[in-house]
Design a protein around this ligand. Structure first.
Ligand code: UDX
Length: 469
């Protein structure tokens, strides 16, 4: 797509992420990708997310890449804390459709007061399948960007079979039985399935059940990584587009254009403490442990202490992201004697530029909760993982990372400092095989996103053709 097209004649994609950090970030990457290919973009957040992005200075508007927002109907939240997941899910299903429908109606239509090219497609988060009706009403393609791995999507899609097989609740002794009734899944235990249920009946399983109503489903994954799952879905639903890793594809696609896509923003809703990169520059190559549990995981103060002492006692330098709301119900606090012990060896931030940290030569291993964005970023950086999955899609991402892709080692559920220390030493001192596999997967990700022949590059071409209708 020529980037010299005048704004008025550009195809116009409306991109609507679910209002959580782990959903906003991949959607912004997809929007930047389409923008680099000549699309006009309207990026739509809730007011809460929009205000946090502005406060963290994580976004920049351009004439043909604009941000809009709408009220989520929830009570105001204190700075730096996160909104309640269940309340947000309920608000999404009760309050979002009408404001989104009227916002889209204002964009570029004859009666619209927002001057921009007419909307030619809508791409929303997989958690918001109701947006498909808005696209149908204005007669444009309505696609979903699914926020998890393909394996997690399939597990969510077939979750209803758990009841038929009397596995809800899971009987004692069945947790480790292998699931053989979900297409494409191999060597997955019952305990690895996303068994999340929200009390109000809303759960990602319901959204997965509706996903096939979309004009297409987009994944931040790539063919060689999840081939069995992609084959299983494509046999039922052909409009699947695996175009990940999104950042790698963005790097290889955007020619810099009028605004190199990197200046549009990081989409972090917390201020990134980039000074940690300076600290990393002062460390030996392959010497640092990086720890981060994403934007939603919380833990008890005791778990925090067990992690902290275990990492401290491993005697390796570490960079640890401790969000303001990491510890349930209180602000995370490390004891003074521990802070003294780690002086100069441990660097603690509340939020960091994670992709730059993972790409830094001094980082050797990533202790992660296996959120899908972190998993893809770790693969993209050729970084081995120590996995501590907590909920929803994280256990199955951990299972695949450890058993199928061979790039992770799982830390048991019960966090105990000696076990943490032992596992960190294990990977730091004898983790060559993990590192080698991680570097192999990085190469496969680079192949998928390189030039015009990579699978993700070709899938992107098909996606753009489908979006242009
Ligand atoms: C949520 C769900 O928890 C996860 O299971 C699902 O796969 C996606 O949505 P989250 O828990 O936030 O995601 O984890 P993750 O998917 O890893 O996304 C976190 C994002 O925040 C990553 O893109 C990571 O690069 C970024 N991050 C994290 C930072 O930019 N800085 C940090 O300090 C920590």
């Amino acid at each position: 797509m020529a980037s010299t097209t005048t704004t008025d004649s550009k195809p116009h994609a409306v991109c609507i992420p679910y209002p959580l950090q782990g959903h906003v970030k991949p959607m912004l990457k997809l929007a930047q990708l389409l923008h680099s290919l000549g699309f006009y973009i309207t990026f739509v957040n809730t007011d809460f997310i929009h205000d946090r992005l502005l406060k963290a200075a994580s976004i920049t508007c351009f004439a043909d890449f604009r941000f809009e927002s709408f009220p989520d109907g929830l009570p105001p939240c204190s700075d730096d804390s996160s909104q309640d997941g269940y309340l947000l899910s309920e608000a999404c299903h009760s309050n979002f459709l009408d404001p989104l429908r009227s916002l889209v109606a204002r964009l570029g239509s004859r009666h619209g007061d927002i001057s921009c090219p007419p909307v030619t497609c809508i791409i929303a988060d997989g958690m918001m399948p109701f947006t498909i009706t808005i696209a149908e009403q204005i007669g444009v393609p309505g696609m979903l960007l699914w926020p998890t791995s393909v394996c997690a999507f399939m597990a969510l899609k077939y979750h209803h079979l758990l009841k038929e097989k009397e596995l809800v609740p899971v009987p004692e002794g069945q947790l480790d039985s292998i699931v053989e009734w979900i297409p494409g899944l191999k060597d997955v235990r019952v305990r690895d399935l996303p068994l999340v249920h929200a009390p109000n009946g809303l759960s990602p399983m319901r959204e997965a059940a509706q996903a096939f109503k979309a004009s297409g489903i987009i994944f931040n994954s790539f063919n060689t990584l999840e081939q069995d799952l992609l084959d299983a879905i494509s046999s039922m639903y052909p409009s699947v587009y695996a175009i990940g890793p999104l950042q790698m594809l963005l790097n290889s696609t955007s020619s810099g254009g009028e605004h190199p896509e990197s200046v549009i923003g990081s989409s972090s809703i917390w201020k990134e403490e980039a000074q940690c990169l300076q600290w990393l520059h002062s460390k030996e190559p392959n010497s640092v442990v990086y720890i981060s549990f994403g934007s939603r995981v919380t833990m008890t103060q005791q778990q925090l202490l067990e992690f902290a002492w275990g990492i401290c006692n491993s005697n390796y330098p570490f960079l640890w992201v401790i969000r303001p709301d990491l510890v349930k119900g209180r602000s995370a606090r490390l004891p003074p004697e521990l802070l003294e012990t780690i002086e100069g060896r441990g660097f603690i931030v509340s939020w960091c530029p994670q992709e730059q940290v993972l790409d830094h030569p001094s980082v050797r291993v990533f202790i992660t909760h296996c959120g899908w964005n972190s998993t893809v970023e770790s693969i993209s950086a050729g970084m081995p993982m120590i996995c501590w999955p907590c909920h929803c899609d994280q256990p199955i991402n951990c299972r695949y990372s450890c058993r199928k892709w061979g790039i992770g080692m799982e830390m048991g559920n019960g966090i105990e400092r000696d076990a943490v220390e032992k596992l960190v030493r294990e990977v730091m001192e004898r983790g060559e095989k993990l590192k080698q596999r991680a570097v192999e997967w990085k190469k496969l990700a680079e192949e998928a996103t390189s030039g015009n022949s990579g699978s993700s590059s070709m899938n992107l071409k098909k996606l753009v053709e489908a979006l242009l209708g």
